[in-house]
Design a protein around this ligand. Structure first.
Ligand SMILES: [Fe+2]
Ligand SMILES: [Fe+2]
Length: 201
């Protein structure tokens, strides 16, 4: 369809300013980017927490369903980062957002992931929609919100500055595959931050 006033031959020319990061990569021949996948998951997590704000406290079926989806996303996202993203950051990162090293960044990340996993598991100890359940959801949201902000400011920034486009693409494909394989959930396990980093350094 041609818009009024535009000729049939008009073809909008994308510029770097109006392209998203992933579109820019696509133009360069790299169609997926792990930093985009992680940001998209973070957005989805924020969105699902916002849905819980909107649902009436008495509608426990809806609250339980949306929380169940969010819990799976939180657990699988953290496990995918630990399996695929952070091992690579430990190899090529130098510290981002004021951190002194990738090892220091990553130890903080594993501590955060443990805190989020524990807070999310606590939600399941309470009746859906109860005050205690709501408070446990708030606690999970707080831990996750703090972690996402730090991860975006430090770890994703560090990775973008050091990873090749090909590596960003390859991890993105593995990350998407991992999440697809665990779409129904994963056995979320806390990890020792020191051992995690030492085993991969
Ligand atoms: Fe994340
Ligand atoms: Fe994370």
């Amino acid at each position: 369809m041609t818009l009024p006033g535009l000729s049939d031959k008009f073809t909008p020319q994308p510029t770097l300013d109006n392209l998203t990061n992933s579109s820019r990569l696509r133009q360069l021949g790299v169609p997926m980017d792990i930093t985009d996948l992680i940001l998209n998951d973070h957005h989805e997590q924020r969105r699902l927490f916002a849905y819980l704000d909107e649902i009436e406290q008495t509608n426990t079926a809806a609250l339980g369903a949306v929380w169940g989806r969010l819990k799976i996303l939180l657990d699988v996202h953290a496990a995918a980062e630990e399996a695929l993203f952070y091992p690579q950051l430990l190899k090529i990162g130098t510290g981002g957002g004021g951190e002194s090293s990738a090892a220091s960044e990553t130890k903080d990340v594993i501590k955060d992931h443990n805190e989020i996993r524990d807070a999310a598991a606590e939600v399941g100890q309470h009746d859906v929609g109860s005050d205690a359940w709501r408070q446990a959801v708030v606690n999970t949201r707080e831990a996750n919100g703090d972690h996402m902000a730090e991860e975006e400011r430090q770890d994703l920034a560090d990775f973008r500055q050091h990873a090749s486009l090909q590596l960003r693409h390859d991890i993105a494909v593995s990350f998407a595959t991992f999440e697809a394989h665990h779409a129904a959930g994963i056995d979320a396990q806390d990890k020792d931050p020191e051992s995690y980093v030492n085993d991969r350094s």
